[in-house]
Design a protein around this ligand. Structure first.
Ligand code: ZN
Length: 642
């Protein structure tokens, strides 16, 4: 099938066309991409702009590095000549800015992309990759082997341990009475499963301890529906709630059922559990509309029988957690580094396809494209796949901590972690933009439907991913701007984060753009400037404000990040966030929204030991113009915090 060719691609093809011809697919399998040494090719037609030869390599030049392709590889067999009208390339002004060796990367990315193979293997063969799970360990070894197979130096580097590992087995649930139907749900990671299929009556959450005791036999073995929506506000909280929960534990319920947001089932979990005292409360996170339906049936006096079968396994710790690191050594500036990466770990309610299989797949593919092209970058290009990202950027933070001496030598860290939309640009400071714009703007011409821009910002955005660990160490940490038709929030941490959400043409394009950008940045005459990458203290970094907490679905604080507004205000683990300013907090998205719209001084109301406690919070000033945080990161569904 013919693919629509962009003008730039046509230009590249034309410049190779005397060599290239039109290979059949079998021929393509075996034929090598065109030589990077365009100078050896017959000169393009006079009206063909084409990539410039080595005489004027332009900003993306590989500098002194000679092309590496051998003569055999450099001469693909010619088939029937492709007739390309030269007028199709007229007007591609900046195509000549792409250095000759870039053409080979582009050729490979177009004609021989493996990016979907990587993500298919990762999500379908390995599956979800919760940090501290057996599959995460497997994924690390797999990724290392992939890099090694591409010819890179690759290794797995342990960054720490989790107290208890967790493996999720299969899970299923259904309503048995009054109607048989399947239920869509998940359980949190590091939470217990059932002992086999467990059927029980659905019971309303009790109003008091007496309520539990008076209906002890009914509650025994029951699935207890946690109040949601308007019902939640009138429920007991704090100390009373704890007593009720203890009473429910004492009568021996099957578990608790909480509703998700609409039809989304969110997955989360708190890894900080102790092996000595493993969690025992089974909690089902059910689709919100299904919980509502069950609540309505129960309220109408119907007998509702539910059955859940959840096979969760705790792994005795400490469980080692690792990052995967691979690199293509640089030439004259080998001790300087450009890092391309994403996080290998995922939540485990689905297969982590867009968070962040998509970033893993492009990172692998960029490594493969660059290695196979035989390019020799001036600086070392390092590929990093971190784990522990979902628990607070743990793997990247530990890496930065352990390799402090490297930080001054890192020119840039560029993270791909916002799903499957195509890579559409970078946010950069003014000084960085002056360098990056002429270098990377031509990437927007690779496909007219996928533009590319460098957007000037006051400070590099912090949407919550691993580049921030490097920003904290003063290293330029970038997060790709991504655009396109995919709705990131639909899959982000939900049951829909599966391979079918991935858009192949975007993945292919992104890998190509990232490969070219990595090479371009690695070949610059200087490292990227690092002044002004972080907003001054007191200003929201990158235009994003955050409270600095992780919460469970009940808005109970599971973690308070150090040195954040929440920590300074005295928010504690176990607090339940009720209000920020005057805004009621019912779900995580409310926290982000309230924090963004609040003044610099506001209050956070938490339930602590049954009492409302009002804490004063100071938030950073909002910058004049809030930059798009890496393409408007999904504040709505990210945990409030990194
Ligand atoms: Zn992510």
């Amino acid at each position: 099938m013919l693919r629509r060719l962009s003008p730039l691609w046509l230009a590249l093809l034309l410049s190779f066309s005397p060599l290239l011809g039109c290979a059949t697919s079998e021929e393509r399998e075996s034929s090598a991409p065109p030589s990077t040494d365009v100078a050896q090719a017959p000169a393009p037609a006079p009206d063909t702009p084409g990539p410039s030869g080595p005489a004027s390599p332009g900003p993306m030049s590989a500098g002194p590095t000679p092309p590496s392709a051998s003569p055999e590889r450099a001469a693909p067999r010619a088939g029937g000549a492709t007739q390309l009208a030269s007028n199709e390339v007229v007007g591609v002004k900046s195509a000549k800015l792409l250095a000759p060796e870039m053409a080979k990367v582009v050729w490979l990315a177009r004609e021989d992309s493996k990016v979907m193979d990587h993500i298919t293997a990762l999500t379908e063969t390995i599956g979800p990759r919760l940090t501290g799970s057996s599959r995460a360990t497997k994924a690390c070894a797999w990724a290392r082997d992939q890099f090694a197979a591409f010819g890179l130096d690759a290794r797995v580097e342990e960054w720490g341990t989790f107290p208890v590992g967790f493996d999720r087995g299969p899970w299923s649930g259904r309503m048995l009475e009054p109607e048989a139907k399947p239920l869509v749900f998940c359980t949190n990671a590091w939470s217990p499963g059932t002992s086999g299929p467990t059927a029980g009556l659905a019971m309303k959450y009790p109003t008091s301890v007496e309520d539990v005791e008076s209906k002890a036999s009914a509650y025994h073995g029951a699935w207890v529906l946690l109040p949601s929506g308007a019902g939640a506000a009138s429920q007991p909280s704090g100390e009373e709630r704890q007593k009720i929960d203890a009473a429910l534990d004492a009568v021996g319920i099957a578990g608790r059922i909480r509703g998700g947001r609409g039809e989304l089932v969110l997955t989360g979990g708190n890894y900080r559990i102790s092996a000595e005292k493993l969690p025992t409360r089974v909690q089902i996170n059910l689709r919100g509309d299904q919980l509502k339906e069950i609540q309505d049936l129960v309220a109408a006096g119907k007998e509702v029988k539910l059955e859940f079968d959840v096979q969760n396994t705790f792994i005795p710790g400490p469980v080692p957690c690792s990052n995967v690191i691979a690199e293509i050594k640089g030439t004259d500036l080998a001790d300087e580094i450009v890092i391309i990466g994403g996080h290998l770990d995922s939540w485990d309610g689905a297969t982590g396809a867009t968070d962040n299989g998509t970033g893993v797949a492009t990172t692998l593919e960029v490594a493969r494209l660059l290695a196979k092209s035989g390019v020799q970058p001036r600086r070392t290009i390092r590929f990093m796949l971190w784990t522990g990202e979902e628990q607070g950027l743990l793997g990247s933070r530990a890496y930065v901590e352990k390799h402090k001496d490297e930080m001054p030598k890192i020119s840039a860290v560029i993270v791909h972690d916002e799903g499957t939309n195509y890579v559409a640009g970078l946010n950069a400071t003014k000084a960085q933009k002056e360098i990056l714009e002429p270098l990377l703007a031509p990437l927007g011409e690779l496909d007219p439907e996928m533009p590319f821009r460098i957007k000037e910002v006051n400070a590099l955005p912090r949407p919550g991913s691993d580049h921030e660990s490097f920003l904290d160490a003063g290293v330029p940490g970038f997060f790709w701007i991504q655009e396109g038709r995919s709705n990131y929030n639909h899959g982000h941490h939900t049951q829909y984060d599966t391979l079918d959400a991935v858009i192949p043409e975007y993945q292919k394009h992104s890998a190509m753009v990232i490969a070219c950008a990595a090479l371009g940045v690695a070949n610059l005459d200087q490292k990227l400037p690092r002044e002004g990458i972080n907003a001054p203290r007191g200003v929201a970094r990158g235009g994003r404000r955050f409270l600095g907490v992780s919460t469970d679905e009940a808005m109970k604080v599971t973690q308070v990040m150090e040195d954040t507004p929440a920590a300074k205000a005295g928010v504690k683990e176990g607090d339940q966030i009720v209000k920020i300013g005057d805004a009621a907090i019912a779900e995580r998205a409310d926290i982000g929204n309230a924090v963004r719209s609040a003044g610099t001084k506001t209050t956070v109301t938490v339930k602590r030991d049954g009492k409302d406690v009002v804490l004063l919070v100071e938030l950073p000033a909002r910058p004049e113009s809030a930059p798009a945080a890496g393409g408007d990161a999904p504040a709505a569904s990210r945990p409030a915090g990194p």
